[in-house]
Design a protein around this ligand. Sequence first.
Ligand SMILES: Cc1cc2nc3c(=O)[nH]c(=O)nc-3n(C[C@H](O)[C@H](O)[C@H](O)COP(=O)(O)O)c2cc1C
Ligand SMILES: CCCCCCC(=O)C(=O)O
Length: 356
Amino acid sequence: MSEKLVCVADYESMAKRVLPKAVFDYYCSGADQQETLADNTAAFSRWHLFPRVLRDVSRVDLSVSVLGQRISMPVCVGATAMQRMAHPDGETATARATRAAGTGMMLSSWATSTIEEVRSSAGDGLLWMQLYIYKDRDLTLSLVRRAEEAGYKAIFVTVDTPYLGKRRDDVRNRFKLPPHLKMTNFGSAELAFSSAEGYGEDSGLAVYVAQAIDPTLCWEHIAWLKKNTHLPVVVKGVLRAEDALEALIHGVDGILVSNHGARQLDGVPATLDVLSEVYLDGGVRRGTDVLKALALGATAVFLGRPVLWGLACQGVSDVLELMRDELHLAMSLAGCCSLAEVNRSLIRRPEFTSRI
Ligand SMILES: Cc1cc2nc3c(=O)[nH]c(=O)nc-3n(C[C@H](O)[C@H](O)[C@H](O)COP(=O)(O)O)c2cc1C
Ligand SMILES: CCCCCCC(=O)C(=O)O
């Protein structure tokens, strides 16, 4: 009998058993001492839910609008690079599962499937494009044009990666893409990180980023991007109110509060602890985590690693449905029939729980 996986942690344990060590380490790692990695998940346990009762929860509606598109639940698929290391179909399998779940998927610039392949697997499903701004601006704009032409509905520009955070396991493992894979959105073997020879004794990715990605990125580049696309632009990787304000001044269409899954600057706060509004990712593993993020003001959350664990275990759909079921149950037990009823009164820090 096959093993029954009942929570995201079970998928992670199985993924650890089935994936090659260097791949699991790359997916799992945070930066440096991994303090923020631990805090991203621990932050959710620092909040208590505070349910209402006797509210007729026989019908619970999880649907929500994200960037003008209606989706079936406030749980979306975040951008994670190089998914074919987890499963031969990689991002195309994730796209099929995301469409079946009626939610949205953000495709990494560093995918191992092309923008167009993922569109064709997603059918009419909702896709967004994650963008790194390369030193080569024409290359950067060509990704934007291809996403526009393939019907992607927004650009999420990642702003927390002028350099790659130091993931110690990747350095120890001298991480490189397996030779049969490449980052297929790029033409030259070098930019596709293909075979990844010549990256020395470091993490190959860190060397690649230092060569190709533009560390001079600043707000004027966001204005440049806005001018060069008709799609909504969301800034991914904001942690401070000043930067959220700056983003609004520069006319962005949304903010994704993110610390890159704790893979960049170690020692930053858990995303849940800095959430002001809009979207959040980082450490979301349970339906109650989603409910807490929404109660604190998020419109929707994105999953990073849980999708990779699902992919490794042939079960992205199962992970998305697990999250939906857990959120449905959490909302019902908390007395909420719709997301409109989820608000700040639903949640308290334990030190205040006794004061009703
Ligand atoms: C293996 C891996 C690869 C990632 N690749 C990208 C990427 O290509 N672009 C990006 O903006 N963020 C990337 N991220 C960050 C995620 O989009 C997201 O911010 C983070 O994973 C959310 O945290 P969680 O994994 O705890 O859910 C990656 C994260 C992981 C774990
Ligand atoms: C410019 C940084 C690129 C990192 C790409 C993959 C990623 O986001 C991650 O490994 O984390």
